[in-house]
Ligand binder design. Sequence first.
Ligand SMILES: [Zn+2]
Ligand SMILES: [Zn+2]
Length: 128
Amino acid sequence: MYCRNCGNEVSDKAIMCVACGTPPKAGNRYCYNCKAETTPNATICMKCGVGLRYEMAHGEGRDWLTSLLLCFFLGIFGIHRFYTGHTAIGVVQLITLGGCGIWALVDFIMIIVGSFRDSDGNLLVKRL
Ligand SMILES: [Zn+2]
Ligand SMILES: [Zn+2]
């Protein structure tokens, strides 16, 4: 694949681009599949049609909508935390009933505004 930051060809398993020093998947300027230039917020490459969110293309990453619904209905039990891999926090939320609902509410807002990350540090994936 190509580094999404500088377009340099890197190994599929590379966690850092040797040319620019950033994680290859972290950039937003080049298509990782065909090296075409992309706009920063493009989700699909206009040239080859692949999904530009690497996690999305590979079926990884936790689903945003699922997390949102879990948080809304079962947030006080920390279920969305279990789903996103934050098992330890999930247990704490389960015991404290989502910090009396406040913690669950904060998580719910973070999911809505898109700043909630899973335990791998990835943003939740919005699938169509
Ligand atoms: Zn690079
Ligand atoms: Zn492409």
